[in-house]
Write a protein that binds this ligand. Structure first.
Ligand SMILES: Cc1cc2nc3c(=O)[nH]c(=O)nc-3n(C[C@H](O)[C@H](O)[C@H](O)COP(=O)(O)OP(=O)(O)OC[C@H]3O[C@@H](n4cnc5c(N)ncnc54)[C@H](O)[C@@H]3O)c2cc1C
Length: 282
């Protein structure tokens, strides 16, 4: 029988030391991604599990004058129910409230959602439009990286080994942007996203400012759609512009995925989802 080590550290340093000594061990937070995957695949490479749920430094949500600091162990339920996040970062609050079922939201963490980085992870489009930052720590260094940069590292398989996500930092602008989040799935609850659109923007003198638009679940990793953002930026939104932005997003999505069988469904639905995400800015 295989000898699997199980470690329950109560500090980040202890966890990182164990990870350093056992590079094939895996960090477990809520276990809602990792344990089903382990059961299914029985990954023989895994030599141990590091249960980080007792590490207090990783839990909790706090605020300073300019930013929200969300511990890697904050669950989706904690984020969705936090009054300040609901008010100041509604796009993230909405994303977390759409994850799985109440049981999954009570157990699953934002850290696990980001690190697994599945195509349909609900928090990623929201974190992309918030330009959220991740504080990552390994035994010998701490680095801060945007979620977008981390996605890029993941795509290029450049994520350094032996790192732990400590917290996510989101700026709190003085004025809360107009925010939109929509998850399309087969059922209203407890279902994976087929497409997710997140958008933030301001309207000044009738014109759109600082538009950020992101789509999840249509490419292998969620993406910002900057060309579509540029189409609308600084303009008064019209029906025609909303449709053009939808077409631009589809064009850029297809440039990444190629024209697969699913394109017959994705093209009209994504065009319409993007259009709807923008029409509220008129
Ligand atoms: C029935 C079901 C429904 C689901 N529905 C949804 C859904 O609708 N939307 C959605 O987005 N997700 C969904 N999920 C996926 C999952 O619940 C989420 O991704 C959740 O946020 C994962 O968090 P966790 O704490 O359980 O992660 P874990 O399973 O504990 O860990 C996931 C991965 O992250 C790593 N990890 C965890 N924390 C850290 C850290 N601090 N530093 C470094 N690495 C870390 C682990 O090593 C592992 O590789 C669902 C899962 C199930 C089982």
């Amino acid at each position: 029988m295989k000898n699997i080590r199980f470690f329950q550290p109560d500090t980040v340093v202890h966890a990182l030391e164990f990870l350093h000594e056992h590079p094939k061990a895996r960090i477990v937070a809520g276990g809602t991604d990792l344990l089903p995957e382990y059961r299914e695949k029985e990954d023989n490479a895994i030599t141990g599990f590091i249960d980080i749920m007792r590490i207090r430094e990783l839990s909790g949500i706090s605020f300073d004058d300019h930013a929200a600091h969300i511990g890697a162990l904050a669950t989706h339920a904690m984020i969705a129910q936090n009054g300040t996040l609901k008010e100041r970062l509604p796009v993230l609050s909405a994303a977390c409230s759409h994850v799985g079922s109440p049981q999954i939201r009570n157990l699953g963490t934002i850290g696990g959602n980001i690190i697994t980085m599945s195509a349909c992870a609900d928090t990623l489009p929201a974190l992309l439009v918030l330009e959220a930052r991740m504080v990552m720590r390994s035994l010998h260094q701490t680095r801060t990286i945007t979620v977008e940069e981390y996605i890029d590292e993941k795509r290029k398989q450049l994520v350094p080994p032996g790192e732990m996500l400590i917290k996510i930092v989101c700026d709190l602008p003085d004025e809360v942007p107009l925010s939109y989040f929509f998850k399309l799935s087969r059922r209203a609850a407890a279902a994976k996203a087929r497409m997710t659109v997140a958008r933030t923007a301001y309207i000044e003198s009738g014109q759109v400012r600082n538009l950020r638009l992101s789509v999840g679940a249509v490419t292998s990793l969620a993406l910002r759609y900057r060309e579509a953002e540029k189409l609308i930026e600084g303009k008064a939104v019209t029906d025609q512009l909303c449709c053009q932005a939808g077409e631009r997003v589809v064009h850029d999505m297809l440039a990444v995925t190629g024209r697969r069988k699913s394109a017959a469904y994705k093209i009209p639905v994504l065009t319409e989802m993007v259009r709807r995400s923008l029409e509220g800015l008129q």
